[in-house]
Design a protein around this ligand. Structure first.
Ligand code: CP
Length: 562
């Protein structure tokens, strides 16, 4: 590394496993390996210093982190604190709302902005609101820019650094630092068996509907070409959008239903999990999960030589479920204590890399930046444009107007509303007024606006999303002068709401505007929430009436009065 080059991971947050490539994950696990050895072995500590130019024992000297936890935690909170405090850094924060002004109605954004302003280098966050860590990144960027500019106005060019964000678990969404420690432990087990992480058979067990540790593992399964074996009590299977995601990523899945033994026998590693009673809705069947999900010595011994290594993110809920019975607490295949202790090494590695204290020694390719492509139009041939204008029932457009054609049948009425046309009292005729030819439903819908009108960008985005084959003909003086098809880019803001009620965009207090990435798939575009990662298809958003309606005020922006 030349003196000007910054360390590869410097400035990278740990928000979601989806932000890391396979090569980057390997590189981080390699550093965690070096940290583990250096902490336990003096000669490895000397090697660490030679390799990274830093003494492991005071790696975090001068570093200040805060753990901001709105849900209880033993491992995540205190392993971060042990990691930093044990290596000469400073740690503060709060373990629950009880110690904070959240109790007085404060927002998350305002609270984290305080810690950023006080010069904390890293913030470890845990909340039940999904997508908050991703939003915290952009919110603190804004606060940071504003702090700098306000100090400039006062003639003070002080430096304010936007802290590193580490997601310590956001609802059912992601728990990336747990996932790194799980992968680290799986790699240790695989290597002990003469294997690597690639091609492993992994059983994911029990509450696959609400557990974020399972969700994080599912989001990286394709990177390692795993075969996943699922076993879960009825109604605790993976959420549909996660299954869709796995299928799109080509992950091989075997669903064993409620047959835990079958799933465990098939796998090298069984990843058990706690029923997430804090997230399970009223009326969910907690009895079945208690009866089916309990793994004990009798069951383990019955698996014989096919018994898998047992992992679990912990805690075990011994009070309600005892999903891993105490009689296998020290079983030779129970790897859970090794797993949780590995959390410390992995978290040291993630913070040291992200803060630029050390650099990875791996030869890493730069992560491909996803280019944000905005709305565009495809100009179309005019020769087929005139016929629709003279339709007897919808009326000719004698002067200026607009025709939105090739709308899927039956959609025009709702589209009028979504575009804000219906409420704007424009002279509009939609195909719902057209004659149904010979008793048959029309093969397409059409909307004609009988006055000068330009569609605004949000309206065009909505058309491109809902009716991707729609064409827009612009009429001037009774003639079509331009015909185009609006094309959606790969990013939409504020057009649809997120389908996840726990998403930060649906929690009013933070005022977060919904944003979605669009990814193409064989069955059409997939909308992925930029914050909580919940995915949806356009038909399911339409069916759930989650398109945002543009207000008449907004639509007025589009009117071009002659
Ligand atoms: N595995 C895990 O997240 O444990 P805690 O809830 O105790 O942090």
């Amino acid at each position: 590394m030349s003196t000007e080059e910054k360390p590869y991971f410097e400035g990278r947050d740990v928000v979601s496993m989806r932000d890391f490539t396979r090569e980057e994950i390997d590189a981080i696990l390699d550093v965690a390996d070096d940290v583990k050895r250096a902490i336990h072995d003096q000669s490895a500590a000397s090697e660490f210093k030679r390799k990274y130019g830093k003494d492991i024992n005071d790696l975090f000297q001068g570093i200040k982190i805060a753990t901001l936890f709105r849900e209880n935690s033993t491992r995540t909170n205190f392993s971060f604190r042990a990691a930093v405090g044990g290596l000469e850094g400073f740690v503060d924060g709060f373990p629950s709302d009880d110690y904070t002004s959240f109790k007085k109605g404060e927002t998350w954004g305002h609270a984290v902005a305080m810690f950023a302003g006080w010069g904390y280098d890293a913030l470890v966050c845990r909340t039940k609101t999904e997508g908050i860590p991703r939003w915290t990144q952009e919110y603190l960027e804004r606060v940071h820019a504003s702090m700098i500019s306000k100090h400039k106005r006062m003639g003070q060019g002080y430096s304010y650094r936007r802290p590193m964000i580490l997601n310590g678990g956001d609802g059912k969404n992601q728990h990336p630092t747990q996932c790194f420690l799980d992968l680290f432990t799986m790699r240790e087990i695989a290597r002990m068996e003469g294997k690597e992480l690639d091609g492993l058979e992994v059983a994911l067990l029990n509450d696959l509907a609400h557990g974020r540790t399972n969700a994080s593992l599912m989001s990286v399964a394709h990177l390692f070409d795993w075969k996943l074996h699922f076993a879960y009590p009825d109604r605790f299977g993976p959420q549909q959008h996660r299954l869709d995601d796995l299928i799109r990523n080509g992950v091989s899945i075997e669903d064993h239903g409620s047959d835990f033994k079958s799933a465990m026998t098939a796998a090298l590693i069984a990843y058990h999990s706690r029923p997430q009673k804090e997230r399970v809705g009223v009326g969910e069947d907690l009895i079945s999960i208690k009866e089916l999900g309990r793994i004990n010595r009798v069951m383990y011994d019955a698996l014989g030589i096919n018994a898998p290594y047992l992992m679990h993110p912990l805690p075990i809920d011994a009070e309600t479920f005892e999903e891993i019975a105490f009689d296998i607490d020290s079983h030779e295949m129970n790897w859970t204590k090794v797993q949780s202790s590995n959390g410390l090494y992995v978290r040291v590695a993630l913070m040291a890399l992200g803060l630029g204290l050390i650099d990875s020694q791996a030869d890493l390719q730069g992560k491909d930046l996803i280019e944000i492509v905005g709305l565009s139009s495809k100009m179309l041939d005019l020769s087929i444009g005139d016929k629709d204008l003279t339709h007897a029932r919808s009326g000719v457009i004698p002067k200026d107007g607009l025709v939105i054609d090739h709308i899927p049948p039956g959609m025009s009425r709702r589209l009028d509303g979504i575009l804000g046309l219906e409420q704007s009292r424009l002279p509009i005729i939609s195909s719902r007024y057209l004659e149904v030819d010979g008793g048959k439903q029309p093969e397409k819908d059409m909307v004609k606006i009988h006055c000068g009108y330009d569609l605004s960008e949000p309206q065009l985005e909505a058309i491109a999303l809902l009716a991707p084959d729609a064409t827009v003909s612009v009429v001037r003086g009774g003639r079509v002068v331009r015909k185009y098809r609006p094309l959606i880019g790969n990013h939409v803001a504020d057009r649809v709401t997120c389908g996840n009620g726990a998403c930060v965009t649906n929690v009013g207090i933070e005022h977060v505007i919904p944003k979605h990435h669009l990814e193409s798939s064989e069955s059409g575009p997939v909308l992925s929430c930029e914050y909580c990662e919940h995915t949806d298809t356009v038909p399911s958003v339409y069916a759930a009436n989650r398109f945002r309606y543009l207000s008449p005020d907004h639509a007025l922006i589009g009117i071009r009065r002659p």
